[in-house]
Design a protein around this ligand. Structure first.
Ligand code: NDP
Length: 330
């Protein structure tokens, strides 16, 4: 199979030389295993952290070995009763064209409900991150005013729409281009701003209409978190989902300089990983499938064609080239 390997570890921003297209023989299909042809592979911000040789919540990628990550593909040979040829499955051997997998390392995608790609986005880990982060981690309740950063991205766009669907008094989003800001308003956000236009702190304050925010869903960290701390109301909650502003940085993180506000405002800041939210999967899936079916929630995808373009898609993701979920179609 053709696969993308990590050729060297990026320092700061990843560059094409950090990646290599290679070919390796597929292992023989054993009993209980399936051969899958990948249809879509996911590129995700967290993968940047795995490219560093540091211990984190997920193990670093090995040098000169295929990268891995979420993928959805079609079963083309099966040595298992549990999966038949033609089934579409979600699994973790992305960044390659074909994969041999133990059946229990895969789950069947309900393609009767949505296209295969959605199982890497709204109906997959991305959706669960948004759903559980907002409702379980930040303990959103109807009437809350919500701010979400990275709002035009895969997770953020879902967070804002879920908040609206669940009765938020106001949903504010930030993103990095005017087109993305316009898209957020189309998706039903009450207010949106381009964080490149002026300090986040000023733009967020203006967007709240003087009423502050009760929940901040943080995808960005840095100046966004600092601005949110300033605007959070007493008893406010922050779901710390990501800090993409610093994934490529080689220096220690600066802001937030106003963290002590958390004391007087009695704020809760909770970091979380989607892997720790699996108990909510069934509830999430049922709700999200219904929201997609009736149009309450819509999702965008930015699709790049060809395995050889996966490294560029990943690099572009970190620079904000995507609206909604960034995917590579094989
Ligand atoms: P996105 O689709 O949101 O893509 C990343 C986006 O980040 C880009 O499109 C870009 O949009 C934005 N961005 C890049 N650099 C900056 C910057 N310096 N400041 C502000 N925005 C920036 O990715 P995901 O939806 O997959 O992930 C969103 C966040 O959630 C990430 O931080 C990710 O690590 C985190 N995450 C956490 C999980 C968990 O378990 N805790 C699970 C999944 C995701 P723009 O044009 O607006 O700048």
């Amino acid at each position: 199979t053709r696969e993308i390997r990590l050729a060297s570890r990026p320092v700061g921003r990843p560059v094409p030389e950090n990646f290599r297209l290679a070919e390796s023989p597929l292992p023989e299909l054993r009993d209980g295993q399936i051969l899958v042809r990948n249809l879509f592979i996911s590129v995700d911000p967290y993968m940047r952290g795995r490219m560093n040789d540091v211990k984190s919540y997920s193990a670093p990628f090995a040098l000169d070995a295929a990268l891995d990550g979420g993928a959805v593909g079609e079963v083309i040979a099966s040595g298992s009763e549990a999966r038949k040829v033609g089934d579409v499955v979600v699994h973790q051997l992305g960044w390659r064209e074909y994969a041999v997998l133990d059946t229990d390392a895969t789950s069947v995608a309900r393609t009767d409900l949505a296209p295969a790609s959605a199982f890497l986005g709204a109906l997959g880990m991305t959706g669960l991150t948004a759903y559980a982060g907002l409702l379980k981690v930040a303990e959103f309740k109807p009437g809350d005013a919500v701010f979400v950063s990275g709002a035009a991205g895969a997770v953020g766009s879902l967070v804002g729409q879920i908040a609206k669907a669940m009765g938020a008094s106001r949903v504010i989003g930030s993103a990095g281009t005017p087109e993305k800001v316009a898209r957020l308003l189309e998706l039903g956000f009450d207010a949106a701003f381009n964080y490149r236009d002026a300090p986040v702190r000023d733009q967020l304050k203006a967007a709240t209409g003087g009423k502050g925010i009760d929940v901040y869903f943080d995808n960005v960290g840095g100046d966004h978190l600092e601005a949110a701390l300033a605007e959070l109301n007493v008893g406010g909650r922050v779901a710390m989902c990501g800090a993409i502003a610093q994934y490529n940085s080689t220096d220690a993180t600066p802001a937030p300089r106003n963290l002590a506000l958390a004391i007087g405002k009695q704020l809760t800041l909770r970091g979380f990983l989607v892997g720790g939210q699996r108990q909510h999967r069934a509830e999430f899936f049922e709700k999200m499938a219904a929201w997609l079916a009736d149009g309450t929630v819509r999702y965008d995808e930015t699709v790049v064609d060809g395995l050889e373009n996966a490294p560029q898609a990943f690099m572009d993701l970190l620079e904000g080239a995507n609206t909604g979920k960034m995917l590579v179609r094989l």
